[in-house]
Design a protein around this ligand. Structure first.
Ligand code: GLN
Length: 308
């Protein structure tokens, strides 16, 4: 199986790399526009701890919204389910990830922790409790999920770039402050931008996905990083809102819990089987990697990720 899986990854990577001319890079965070658009990498980590990679593995990129998995998992572990879900909802959103509309029209709390408003609220919970030390807790937790020797860190250039061009996120945060949903606007935003700027490669992310797929037990180190309940909650949310307003299409084409980010990464946690991660910077209109979506939809069929 292992040799076969490596062959499938190699073949899929060489086919899908050709698609790295389709789509558009995210430019609203200027630093992201500097990434080589032709980069492509793909990694898998099975729940029994075998890892495989193809393409430009080792290419580092900022996690962007994929990091919302880390802050949600850590908050659930620290504060518990009831506390977290009193502050954010758990329903899918049919609007873009940075939309303010649903927040104003439907409820006083964000629809879920994976849209920007929800992730800013989660960052707010952490900033309230840990102050400036919050990012160190998140980095430590991310490193345990990734189970690699190299520590994960924030890319300062991406952070500065986000922080200086964040009108939309500031608008969301100030709106939530005005309705009593968010207390410390600046501290929450700074932590949120740092979180999005954590640098990782697809190897790191596939182990993180593997940890979720393995019910919270890191498949490489054997360490319990999060509880089975947290892994179930996070993967459940990934299934319904991991790819924003393209979550439905992704469920049909790929059919496994996943989370995307605007730098071009997508992480998957295939329960009981493996973690997968793909990176290719050009995006479709929903902010999801074009080649990444195609790669995962092919792999879903090739290795029967849905179990049938
Ligand atoms: N940092 C990005 C933002 O706040 C994250 C969005 C994303 O990856 N979808 O807009």
């Amino acid at each position: 199986m292992n040799c076969e899986l490596q062959n499938i990854l190699d073949k899929t990577a060489s086919d899908c790399r050709k698609m790295t001319r389709n789509g558009k890079q995210a430019t609203y965070i200027p630093e992201l526009a500097k990434t080589d658009p032709g980069l492509f990498s793909l990694s898998a980590t099975t729940v029994d701890g075998a890892t495989f990679s193809a393409g430009d593995s080792g290419a580092l990129f900022s996690m962007q919204s994929i990091a919302k998995i880390i802050s949600l998992s850590f908050s659930l572990e620290m504060f518990g389910y009831d506390y977290v879900f009193a502050r954010v909802g758990m329903e899918p959103c049919s609007e873009p990830f940075n939309s303010i509309m649903k927040l104003e029209m439907t409820s006083s709390i964000p629809l879920n922790p994976f849209i920007n408003s929800g992730a800013i609220v989660i960052a707010g919970i952490m900033a309230e409790r840990f102050g400036r030390g919050a990012i160190d807790h998140l980095l430590e937790f991310a490193w345990k999920m990734a189970g690699r020797k190299r520590r994960l860190c924030v890319n300062e250039r991406v952070f500065m770039s986000e922080n200086s061009t964040a009108d939309r996120n500031r608008a969301l945060a100030y709106f939530m402050h005005s309705i009593g949903t968010l207390s410390a606007v600046d501290k929450s935003l700074i932590l949120y931008f740092k979180l999005c700027s954590i640098y990782a490669d697809t190897n790191d992310l596939s182990v993180m996905g593997g940890t979720l797929a393995n019910a919270g037990l890191n498949p490489i180190t054997g360490e319990r990083v999060l509880s089975r309940e947290t892994a179930c909650t996070v993967t459940g949310l990934m299934s319904v809102c991991g790819l924003y307003d393209e979550s439905g299409e992704f469920a049909v084409k790929v059919g496994v819990p996943a989370k995307s980010g605007v730098s071009g990464g997508i992480i998957c946690a295939v329960p009981g089987k493996m973690g997968l991660a793909v990176f290719s910077p050009l995006l479709d209109a929903g902010g999801n990697s074009v080649a990444g979506m195609e790669t995962l939809s092919r792999l879903s069929r090739e290795i029967k990720l849905r179990g049938m």
